[in-house]
Design a protein around this ligand. Structure first.
Ligand SMILES: [Zn+2]
Ligand SMILES: [Zn+2]
Length: 317
């Protein structure tokens, strides 16, 4: 069923599931009527008001806190927990993580996790939804969800373990609520300036930092491992992006050990999200977080080296 964006209405989740539009890109008219695009573009414009409101150190500190808390909710929650089940937690804390993740305004957790699992299944192949090698940098960064209708539908078949929770299904339909609440709280705390710094600017930086994992982390950096799931996978480790995303920049490690709570394996591969997971564990909020042993990591590194040497000697002959 075609999207009904022309009259300003968005289809419900079932309609999204049945969406069969063959066009890759939205028309300009459809784009301008897309609530997602208008919201995304609007928050960017509002963030520019940071140059016109009176600066206060408290705005900067609160914007940083808003960024870090929501980035951790995305990395530890949306990514490592919901997408990869890297640890276990109670149903209540699971819902709290989902709500906090929703405040990052990156759509609902079921949509996010389903497409992320899809990415791991087809990493850097033609089926990958956001490979920079098939579509270019901007497509992988934000074009795949902004300018196309193909990726609106949740991939239900990839998240059967998550779709059983009624509260997550409810939150999926109301995923915009935590973001609205954060915007209101920002305004109450600091007036218009607080809204611009704590919500708008922080959200824009948070968006692009998260998107770099799909774009830049598949282009620039070093590799500890050759991916054992897809020969084509070009995920890289990138220290700058690891700092910016609080640990997600060790993307080559992650593609080799998807279920691991820890993504930085060397002493210099600082993974703040993993420290956060350890803190949550010591507080009793989560348990059974998965981490590969040093033997497993070393074994896979040796296998990668052997594969690399083999492919070099084959190409030399
Ligand atoms: Zn990836
Ligand atoms: Zn992942």
């Amino acid at each position: 069923m075609a999207r009904t964006g022309l009259d300003g209405e968005y289809p419900n989740i079932v309609e999204k599931l049945n969406h069969t539009d063959d066009d890759k890109y939205l028309t300009l008219k459809e784009l301008l009527c897309s609530r997602s695009f208008v919201f995304f573009f609007g928050v960017h414009i509002l963030a520019l008001a940071v140059f016109f409101v009176r600066f206060q150190w408290s705005f900067l500190h609160l914007a940083l806190a808003s960024y870090c808390v929501r980035m951790l909710a995305i990395t530890a929650g949306y990514h490592r927990y919901f997408s990869h089940r890297a640890f276990r937690t109670s149903r209540i804390f699971q819902f709290a993580l989902a709500c906090l993740g929703c405040s990052a305004c990156q759509k609902g957790v079921l949509w996010w996790a389903s497409w992320h699992r899809h990415h791991h299944r087809y990493a850097d192949t033609e089926q990958d939804v956001h490979s920079p090698y098939f579509g270019g940098f901007w497509w992988s960064h934000m074009g795949w969800f902004l300018f196309s209708d193909r990726h609106v539908a949740i991939q239900w078949h990839l998240i059967p373990d998550l779709a059983v929770y009624k509260e997550l299904l409810w939150l999926e339909e109301h995923h915009y609520l935590p973001g609205i609440i954060l915007a209101i709280v920002s305004y109450v705390m600091g007036g218009f300036g607080g809204f611009i710094w704590i919500f708008c600017l922080s959200t824009v930086i948070l968006w692009h930092a998260t998107f770099t994992v799909n774009s830049l982390c598949h282009l620039y950096g070093y590799q500890n491992f050759l991916c054992e799931y897809h020969e084509s996978c070009n995920a890289k480790n990138n220290i700058l992006l690891a700092i910016l995303t609080l640990g997600e920049g060790w993307h080559n490690n992650h593609h080799s050990f998807m279920g691991s709570s820890k993504q930085g394996f060397e002493w210099w591969e600082i993974d703040l999200c993993y420290y956060f997971i350890r803190i949550m564990s010591s507080l009793g909020l989560i348990d059974s977080f998965r981490v590969p042993s040093s033997e497993q990591i070393e074994l896979r590194r040796l296998r990668s080296q052997t594969r690399s040497e083999l492919s070099t000697s084959v190409s030399d002959h």
